[in-house]
Ligand binder design. Structure first.
Ligand SMILES: Cc1ncc(COP(=O)(O)O)c(C=O)c1O
Length: 329
């Protein structure tokens, strides 16, 4: 990947003249069966760009309560977009149409109107859970009937595709826009893609420029993105197997609460309270022993398997946690 970056053919992408960025965008559009794609620096900017393209200030955006767009994107939809999130709490982060329908504002002139529905697949803070494609299609169809557009935060859509054994084009075809990350599991150092219609991508290009995301010789990044896109998805099943090994191992550590049956992709969330730790104390002590995770809340910890972590690392992490919990009790 580093060699491809060093050797990348470049031009000025603000003038649409970077051949490597253009190739990446064409390839992403092709893989998703869409007219166009746009390279953006991050998932956060990709989501915000789509949100700004779909909504206008004063509208509401329906999203899941644990969603990244609601919790972990600096309240950008409100701060920058002037829209109000309308969160819905759903088990495992997977919303159903009945819940969504109840959150749509009635068309009364004196009420804020619902401008967009946003789904997340896989759902990060719900532990990498996956939307069944039939459910996602049904939600999109019903939303369209209700006059609503639907954006997919598909940062880890290839993990969902791996779990389901389906193709991303079929899974995402009913969404009005999709953002997916080349970074994270696919392994690029930087970058996300927006996919959708040609006119939507063109609108997003202007918004990306407004947000400061117009890049010049970005081909060095796109070269890494192309490798991530072509080679990354094929190895995600290894991360999923490792996540299952991690969850199985943790479920046998006294005081750690985790349900391995809930682990579908590469994210494991577990509760450390009964082991006598808060999540922050647990993670601080664990970091001293060379294993890293992030807190979900005061009691829960999140770990992710990825291409820099192999089976041996996972087994070692479980042993380190076992010893740490034992020595503290
Ligand atoms: C579901 C989801 N959406 C969006 C993002 C944002 O991506 P980025 O870190 O590239 O801004 C993340 C990052 O973890 C994520 O998990």
């Amino acid at each position: 990947m580093r060699k491809a970056m060093a050797g990348a053919e470049v031009g000025d992408d603000v003038f649409l003249e970077d051949p490597t960025v253009n190739r990446l965008q064409e390839r992403a559009a092709e893989i998703f069966g869409r007219e166009a794609a746009l390279f953006v620096p991050s998932g956060t900017m990709g989501n915000l760009t789509c949100l700004l393209a779909h909504t206008h200030p004063g509208q509401e955006v329906i999203c899941e309560e644990k969603s990244h767009i609601y919790n972990l994107e600096m309240a950008s939809m409100s701060a920058v977009g002037g829209v109000l999130p309308r969160p819905i709490c759903a088990e495992d982060g997977i919303m159903g149409w009945e819940q969504i329908a109840r959150a749509i504002r009635p068309k009364i002139y004196s009420r804020a109107q619902t401008g967009l529905l946003c789904l997340e697949n896989t759902h990060n803070m719900a532990g990498g859970s996956v939307y069944p494609t039939k459910l996602a299609h049904g939600i999109c169809a019903a939303a369209h009937d209700a006059g609503l557009r639907v954006h997919l935060d598909g940062s880890r859509i290839f993990n969902a595709a791996t779990y389901l054994g389906e193709g991303v084009a079929e899974m995402t075809k009913k969404f009005d826009s999709v953002q997916f990350c080349l970074s994270k599991g696919l392994g690029a150092p930087v970058g996300s893609m927006i996919v959708g219609s040609r006119s939507f991508a063109e609108r997003c290009r202007s918004i990306r420029k407004m947000l400061g995301g117009g890049m010049r010789q970005a081909g060095v990044l796109a070269a890494a993105g192309l490798i991530a896109l072509e080679k990354g998805p094929g190895r995600l099943s290894v991360d999923h197997e490792n996540a299952t090994v991690l969850a199985d191992g943790l479920s046998r550590v006294p005081g750690i609460r985790v349900n391995p049956a809930k682990v579908q992709t590469n994210i494991v969330i577990y509760d450390v309270r009964q082991a006598g730790f808060s999540s922050s104390d647990f993670l601080a002590e664990l970091a001293r022993r060379g294993v890293r995770g992030v807190p979900v809340d005061r009691e829960k910890v999140r770990m992710v398997t990825h291409l820099d972590v192999d089976r041996h690392d996972v087994e070692q992490a479980v042993e380190t946690i076992r010893e740490m919990v034992k020595s503290s009790s």
